[in-house]
Design a protein around this ligand. Structure first.
Ligand SMILES: [Zn+2]
Ligand SMILES: [Zn+2]
Length: 174
């Protein structure tokens, strides 16, 4: 590995100085481009080509992952609705609980998809998490429960990234 002490410019963003290099192709990358992978910082291109190699998902993973993530998310969204309805403290509990719910959904889904992985599988599961909250959202909508809707929004905004990050092991470095 090359040790470069003088800053160079990002391969994707000319004009952005950086000390970071992709640990696979040694290309200089800035913090916006760098993707934190289990093996270190990589450029988006290397991450993409690695993902193709590690696509191990089969069709049953999509079906089972979708159903399990959808059901778990449905349960989580009902719980979020209940917790949110207890009053002011509910806001804090919802905000604190939503990422945890996401992790629980990811772990539950992992029981059926094992350690299989592919980007499209993780996206399928993220969509299932969103759809799982749909009955709760519909219920709040027809009952004009706008706080309930807000809680579902918070839940999805926090749980979906948590599920995706947990399953993929890849976190966008910002
Ligand atoms: Zn690279
Ligand atoms: Zn860059």
């Amino acid at each position: 590995m090359t040790v470069n002490t003088s800053p160079t410019t990002c391969a994707n963003h000319p004009g952005v100085e950086t000390m970071l290099r992709c640990n696979r192709c040694e290309k200089p990358i800035c913090v916006k481009c760098a993707v934190r992978s289990p093996v270190g910082y990589r450029c988006p291109e290397c991450v993409r080509s690695q993902q193709k190699i590690f696509d191990t998902a089969v069709w049953s993973d999509y079906a089972l992952g979708f159903v399990v993530a959808g059901i778990l998310s449905g349960i989580a969204s009902i719980l979020i609705g209940l917790v949110g309805s207890i009053g002011f403290i509910g806001w804090f509990l919802v905000i604190a609980g939503a990422p945890t719910a996401g992790l629980a959904i990811a772990e539950g889904t992992r029981l059926v998809i094992k350690r299989h992985r592919s980007r499209s599988l993780f996206i399928t599961i993220a969509v299932a998490v969103a759809l799982g909250a749909f009955p709760s959202i519909l219920l709040h909508l027809v009952s004009f429960n706008f706080f309930g809707l807000a809680f579902q929004g918070i839940y999805l905004a926090m749980a979906i990234p948590a599920v995706y990050t947990r399953l993929s092991g890849i976190q966008l470095f910002k």
